[in-house]
Design a protein. Structure first.
Length: 440
C-alpha cells in the first residue's frame, strides 16, 4: 500500500486555526431567492395589491379598501444540477440532488381606517424575506499513479429569514399615497457540506477519508422601508420605493471534522474544531421605481430596482488567527468591494380580473451580485385567486426560481495540492403555494 502525501491533510488542519469567514458569508443573507407568498406574483414596485406591500412598497397599502387576515404555506421542490468539466479530469460529469418539504410562509393582518381623505391603512405581518434552500453534489473517479479513487462532494443549505413588520400608509393628497414599514428580522440558515475519498483499489493506507463542515447561523436585526404611489387619469400609476440596509447580528456555530477509516477498519479522527462567533452585517440599500396601467380588465406593470450590494459591510472583533491579531473586517470588506457587484433588477407583471377570481403572472431578473457566479437570478410566478364568497378568497401559486453557483475549492487527501473543482451548479426551486384570505 502506498504512503500518502499529507499536504491535503495539513491544508485542512490549518483551516481549523483560522477564522474562516469570507465575503460570501457577509453577502449570503441578502441575495438569492426572495421569500414570497402566493399573492406576490406581481411583486413589482407599483402593482402590489395585498399585504405584500409591506415588503415591496408600503405606499401601496392605501389602495386596500377592506380589512382581512391572510395566511399561506407552500410545498417546495429543491434541486441542484452540477456540471463538472476540466482538462485534468478529461471528461464532463453531470450530477443532481433534490428534496421536497413543506414550509410556512406568512400570516398578515391589514386594517383600513376611514378618515376624511380616503383611508388610513395599517398592516401587520410575519413574512419571508429570504430563502436559503439549495443543494447539490458531484461524484467522479480520478486516478493517481493509475489507481482509482472515488471522490464525492455534497452541499446542503436550508432556512429562512423572516420579517415581522408593522406598516402604514395614507393618502397625503387625493391621488398620492405615502407609506412606511418597520421590520424586525429573524431566522436561521443551516449549511453543511461533506467531501469524501474512497480507496476502491486498496492502494493507500486508508479505506475512506471524510471532511465535513456544519454551520448554523441565527439572524436578528431590523430595517425600514418606505414608498409612494401616485395615481393619474386612466388608472395610470407611478411609484417609487426604498429599503434601508438590514442591520443583522449573526450568531454562528460551526463544527469541522476530518476523519479516516483505515484499512484495518479503525476510525481515525485527524482533526475536529468547534467554534461559536458573533458578528454584525449591514446589507444593501435598495431603490425602486415602477409604473402600471390598465387596459380593460388587464393590469400591466413594469419596475426596476437597484440593489447596492457593494455597500454591504462586515463588522466584528474577530482576528485572523492565534498568531495573527489582525482583524478580519478590512479584508472581508475589501473583498466585497472587489468581488461583489451592485445589481439592477427588472420586475414585471400582468393581472387579469374576472368575476369570482383573478389570474396574475410576474417575473423578476437580476444579474448575480457575486462576480464568480455566472448567469442571473430569475423568478417566474403564476397565481390563481378564487373568491367563491365575498367573505373569503383562496389562492394557488406556482413559483419557479433559478440561479447558478460556481467552482468549489477542496483540500484533498491524496493530492499534492488543494484541488479547485471547476463546477457550475444550477439551483432550481419550484414552489406550490396555498393561500387563504378572510375578510373581516
Amino acid at each position: 500500500m502506498k504512503n500518502l502525501s499529507y499536504f491535503g491533510l495539513i491544508f485542512t488542519l490549518s483551516l481549523s486555526s483560522v477564522t474562516s469567514q469570507t465575503y460570501l458569508d457577509a453577502i449570503r443573507p441578502f441575495w438569492g431567492m426572495e421569500g414570497s407568498s402566493a399573492s406576490r406574483a406581481t411583486g413589482d414596485i407599483v402593482s402590489v395589491y395585498d399585504q405584500e406591500a409591506l415588503l415591496v412598497n408600503p405606499g401601496a397599502l392605501s389602495f386596500i379598501t377592506r380589512p382581512f387576515i391572510y395566511v399561506d404555506g407552500s410545498f417546495d421542490h429543491i434541486k441542484g444540477r452540477t456540471t463538472l468539466s476540466s482538462t485534468f479530469l478529461q471528461n464532463t460529469y453531470y450530477d443532481s440532488l433534490s428534496e421536497n418539504h413543506f414550509r410556512f410562509n406568512e400570516f398578515s393582518l391589514v386594517y383600513p381606517v376611514n378618515v376624511y381623505r380616503g383611508s388610513w391603512v395599517w398592516a401587520l405581518g410575519i413574512q419571508p424575506v429570504r430563502m436559503f434552500d439549495r443543494q447539490g453534489q458531484f461524484r467522479f473517479w480520478d486516478s493517481d499513479s493509475s489507481q482509482l479513487v472515488n471522490r464525492r462532494y455534497q452541499l446542503f443549505e436550508e432556512g429562512s429569514l423572516y420579517a415581522a413588520s408593522l406598516g402604514t400608509a395614507v393618502l397625503v393628497t387625493k391621488n398620492i399615497s405615502m407609506g412606511a414599514s418597520l421590520s424586525y428580522l429573524f431566522g436561521s440558515n443551516i449549511y453543511a457540506n461533506g467531501y469524501s475519498e474512497e480507496d476502491t483499489d486498496n492502494y493507500y493506507q486508508f479505506a475512506r477519508y471524510l471532511d465535513s463542515l456544519n454551520i448554523r447561523a441565527d439572524y436578528k436585526g431590523w430595517n425600514l422601508r418606505g414608498g409612494f404611489v401616485a395615481q393619474f387619469p386612466n388608472e395610470i400609476l407611478i411609484g417609487g420605493s426604498f429599503e434601508s440596509p438590514a442591520i443583522l447580528t449573526v450568531e454562528e456555530s460551526s463544527q469541522h471534522d476530518v476523519r479516516e477509516i483505515l484499512d484495518s477498519g479503525i476510525w481515525s479522527l485527524d482533526s475536529s474544531s468547534h467554534k461559536r462567533i458573533t458578528y454584525d452585517l449591514s446589507g444593501p440599500w435598495r431603490l425602486g421605481i415602477g409604473t402600471s396601467f390598465k387596459f380593460s380588465q388587464l393590469h400591466f406593470s413594469l419596475g426596476y430596482r437597484y440593489n447596492l450590494y457593494r455597500g454591504t459591510r462586515f463588522t466584528s472583533n474577530l482576528i485572523v488567527s492565534a498568531t495573527d491579531s489582525t482583524y478580519i473586517d478590512d479584508g472581508i470588506n475589501a473583498d466585497i468591494a472587489a468581488k461583489v457587484n451592485s445589481t439592477g433588477e427588472w420586475l414585471g407583471s400582468m393581472r387579469y380580473f374576472a368575476q369570482g377570481g383573478y389570474l396574475q403572472m410576474g417575473f423578476s431578473s437580476q444579474n448575480q451580485p457575486i462576480q464568480a457566479y455566472p448567469g442571473n437570478v430569475f423568478r417566474f410566478d403564476v397565481n390563481l385567486g378564487f373568491t367563491p364568497k365575498t367573505s373569503h378568497e383562496f389562492s394557488l401559486g406556482l413559483q419557479y426560481y433559478t440561479f447558478d453557483a460556481a467552482s468549489i475549492s477542496i483540500a484533498t487527501r491524496i493530492m499534492d495540492q488543494a484541488l479547485i473543482i471547476p463546477t457550475t451548479t444550477r439551483h432550481n426551486v419550484i414552489r406550490f403555494i396555498f393561500g387563504f384570505k378572510y375578510y373581516i
